[in-house]
Design a protein around this ligand. Structure first.
Ligand SMILES: [Zn+2]
Length: 112
């Protein structure tokens, strides 16, 4: 299974391999303001399909996580925790998931 996601304008696009089994409404001070729904996945499952220069980075709280934003439309498709090898996918950026509830039997409120 491969999901495709992108920012609003499409200049930042990615592929995610494997099933999405967890989702969380992140309550960090950034994501809470944006209403981001996340799933944490290993970096091996994530492929950036567009030029890295299409996005810019925002850091806070010790710079552990790099929040990636499209330079054109401002949408944040993903964030990276490089030291832990984790990508936080913004599930709202995946067309086949956006607007639909994920199977409630297969998700927990909090990603492990
Ligand atoms: Zn964009």
């Amino acid at each position: 299974m491969i999901y495709h996601g992108s920012c609003h304008c499409g200049r930042v696009a990615f592929a995610l391999e494997g099933a999405v089994k967890t989702a969380m409404s992140c309550d960090c001070s950034l994501c809470a303001r944006k209403g981001v729904r996340l799933s944490a996945v290993s970096t091996e499952r994530f492929t950036l399909l567009t030029a890295p220069e299409a996005s810019t980075a925002y850091h806070f709280d010790g710079h552990a996580v790099v929040h990636r934003f499209c330079k054109t439309c401002g949408v944040q498709p993903y964030s990276e925790h490089v030291a832990e090898g984790v990508i936080y996918i913004n599930l709202n950026c995946i067309d086949s998931i956006y607007g639909r509830a994920i199977d409630s039997a297969s998700i927990s409120e909090r990603a492990a």
